[in-house]
Design a protein around this ligand. Structure first.
Ligand SMILES: NC(=O)c1ccc[n+]([C@@H]2O[C@H](COP(=O)([O-])OP(=O)(O)OC[C@H]3O[C@@H](n4cnc5c(N)ncnc54)[C@H](O)[C@@H]3O)[C@@H](O)[C@H]2O)c1
Length: 309
């Protein structure tokens, strides 16, 4: 089949493209290389159609999305902290950019599976979080993701097939600084024999989901007969930031204690996904567990390079 991946040179987009190519699909990647890197696509670049372009450019989208069966829309500005100072740009890329994809989908008839975020829930009212729980974004980035969901619902009413996947904290090889950046930072410190620096008291919990599992969720959503829905994409398990730091320090065999700094503004304290809906409608389940993966990555030092660098 013929697919396009926006944000294809980014962390999740590049893993998705590798999977699609290995499955024999035809892939166009659209990325302005803002945070993405061509290097992320080095294994597949000869086999894809790479377009260096911006999702704010409607003409470029119309030219390159004609005839595709589906678009995986991953492109976004994705830093919570940066979103406080660049509200307008975040709106233009994340909200206007998503509307451009949806408008093109309406015109050409392709299906859209796009990256929403668990941040739409804000600080949850109950754990685990279910899809229809209240949405209370607590930072401008999360607000753009909620605005996207409103657009998706609106376009779905107009006949567009669109699924939003609310990723929790995605980790894995080549991961970006956002969301699961804490893993990257702790590994970097521990590799240098230094203590991890924890923002706040470290009791905050995270639901870390492996990028390969996120890729499978995308493909299953695209191939499913579900036309419109939002799904949690997490693991329904959690780890505290303190436990994460202890695990990493321990696996490196270091005898040091983490250092605690001030908490971050806009940081959610507790997250944990209920993934019943994705299991039921998409037949999706995560396969990789953060603790097992980290232990293996630390024992195979070569694998660590692709996470940290
Ligand atoms: N990584 C996570 O844990 C996580 C969690 C929740 C949601 N998400 C969402 O998943 C998606 C992918 O995230 P990621 O972690 O791979 O981040 P990333 O920064 O690695 O990827 C985003 C990609 O979008 C590209 N991009 C940015 N602005 C663009 C524009 N105007 N036009 C074209 N391309 C543009 C960037 O260059 C980059 O390659 C994003 O929508 C993000 O908000 C990620």
């Amino acid at each position: 089949m013929k697919f396009a991946v926006t944000g294809g040179a980014g962390f999740i987009g590049s893993h998705l493209i590798k999977y699609l190519i290995d499955e024999g699909h035809n892939v166009t990647a659209i990325d302005n290389l803002n945070t993405g890197k061509l290097n992320n696509l080095s294994k597949v670049i000869d086999r894809i159609n790479f377009i260096r372009g911006d999702i704010r450019d409607t003409k470029l989208l119309q030219e390159n999305l004609r005839g595709v069966d589906g678009v995986f829309h991953e492109a976004a500005l994705a830093s919570v902290q940066e979103s406080f100072t660049k509200i307008q740009e975040y709106n233009e890329v994340n909200v206007q950019g998503t509307e451009n994809i949806l408008k093109t989908a309406k015109e050409y008839g392709f299906k859209v599976v796009y990256a929403s975020s668990s941040s739409v829930y804000g600080n949850p009212t109950k754990i685990p979080i279910q899809e229809d729980d209240p949405k209370n974004p607590i930072n401008p980035y999360a607000q753009t993701k909620l605005d996207d969901e409103k657009l998706a619902a609106k376009y779905a009413k107009e006949g567009v097939r669109v699924i939003g996947l609310r990723y929790f904290n995605v980790f894995g090889e080549r991961q970006s600084q956002q969301y699961a950046g804490v893993i990257k930072k702790f590994l970097k410190k521990a590799r240098n024999g230094e203590a991890p620096i924890i923002n706040g008291d470290g009791t905050q919990t995270r639901d870390f989901v492996y990028v390969g599992d996120v890729v499978r969720a995308n493909v299953l959503a695209m191939m499913s007969n579900v036309d419109h829905a939002f799904f949690n994409v997490g693991t329904a398990t959690t780890i505290t930031v303190n436990e994460l730091a202890d695990l990493i320090v321990g696996e490196f065999g270091l005898d040091i204690k983490p250092v605690h700094g001030p908490g971050l503004p806009g940081d959610v304290h507790t997250t944990k996904a209920d993934i019943t809906l994705a299991k039921k409608l998409l037949n999706w389940e995560p396969r990789v567990e953060i603790r097992d993966w980290l232990k293996q990555a630390i024992s195979e030092k070569g694998n660590l390079d692709s996470i940290i660098d």
